[in-house]
Write a protein that binds this ligand. Structure first.
Ligand SMILES: C[S@@+](CC[C@H](N)C(=O)[O-])C[C@H]1O[C@@H](n2cnc3c(N)ncnc32)[C@H](O)[C@@H]1O
Length: 286
């Protein structure tokens, strides 16, 4: 079976991101191309524009390269923090629209060898880019109990963070997703599914430095976006959502769109579980 990823809020995103490009074609940035769902829709909706698709995961990048060969999409294997350099070096114009769909794809989540899910046994890795940084197993071994508890509380919003961190440090083995899941289960009375999801999310955010990447993206976004550029950011976590909200509200270079955010409709929430925790933040370059 081929793994797939359903793009979230496709209609809303295409309409918003392309709205300033309907009269004059330009550059659209998809900073988290993943399975290429949003990229594909943008490419079709704006055939005369150029789409710059960025993806941090080398294996996703390989598939995107094949999928978009010979189209108006140029794919780079990089972090969205590198967009200013990519645009400069390739003589691309400033962007007229941009989309960021934060977090991980269903393809990554459903691939056991990547170690993102407590539902599949696999190596405890969780890196978007397996060629750099340390896998979750190594990082957790190096961290103190307090550091782990703080990360689980902050990035997972999990109240039992201290007890879970203690159980993680006391685990006899911490090599597989099962080992981390077992540490969580040993602490949680009742249904462990939500605590498991929160702890796995926290460790993934930590392993990939996700909030640091987001901070860099936001602080440099004014350098590569043109006037009236519409920026859509799909968030799945209150910390990242708040960072974006404050940036669009308070930065001298941006304003919040009206409305400042949208949520998926009930039909989409029924059809795509992952959309249930999504919020689409909308900002405009001044
Ligand atoms: C939710 S998925 C995107 C799905 C995509 N919108 C689609 O429709 O198929 C997020 C993707 O962003 C990638 N990613 C995470 N952090 C990144 C970063 N800093 N720079 C570029 N890509 C990143 C992940 O590897 C993942 O493939």
């Amino acid at each position: 079976m081929e793994l797939g990823h359903l793009p979230i809020m496709p209609k809303e995103i295409v309409e918003y991101v392309c709205s300033t490009l309907s009269s004059a074609p330009g550059l659209i940035v998809d900073g988290t191309a993943g399975g290429g769902g949003h990229t594909s829709l943008l490419s079709q909706a704006a055939p005369n524009s150029r789409i710059l698709a960025i993806e941090r995961d080398p294996s996703a990048y390989g598939k995107l390269k094949e999928k978009f060969a010979g189209t108006n999409v140029t794919v780079f294997n990089s972090s969205y923090t590198k967009i200013p350099g990519i645009i400069d070096e390739n003589n691309f114009p400033q962007a007229g629209g941009a989309i960021f769909d934060l977090g991980l794809s269903s393809i990554q989540l459903d691939t056991p060898e990547r170690g993102f899910s407590h539902r599949h046994k696999g190596p405890l890795d969780m890196r978007f880019d397996q060629n750099s940084g340390k896998p979750a197993s190594a990082l957790l071994r190096e961290m103190t109990e307090k550091q782990i508890a703080d990360a689980i509380y902050r990035y997972g919003e999990e109240g039992r963070s201290r007890a879970i961190a203690r159980a993680i440090k006391q685990s006899r083995r911490l090599l597989y997703t099962d080992d981390l899941a077992e540490a969580v289960r040993s602490v949680v009375k009742g249904n462990p599914v939500k605590p498991l999801a929160r702890v796995f999310q926290a460790v993934r955010i930590l392993v990939n430095g996700e909030l640091d990447h987001l901070e860099t993206l936001l602080s440099e976004m004014h350098k590569w976006t043109g006037p009236e550029c519409n920026i859509a950011i799909l968030t799945f976590h209150s910390l990242e959502d708040r960072m974006i909200k404050l940036h669009f509200r308070d930065s001298e270079y941006f304003r919040q769109f009206d409305p400042p955010w949208l949520l998926p409709g009930s039909a989409e929430k029924r059809a795509n579980r992952r959309s249930r925790s999504a919020r689409l933040r909308l900002g405009v370059r001044l």
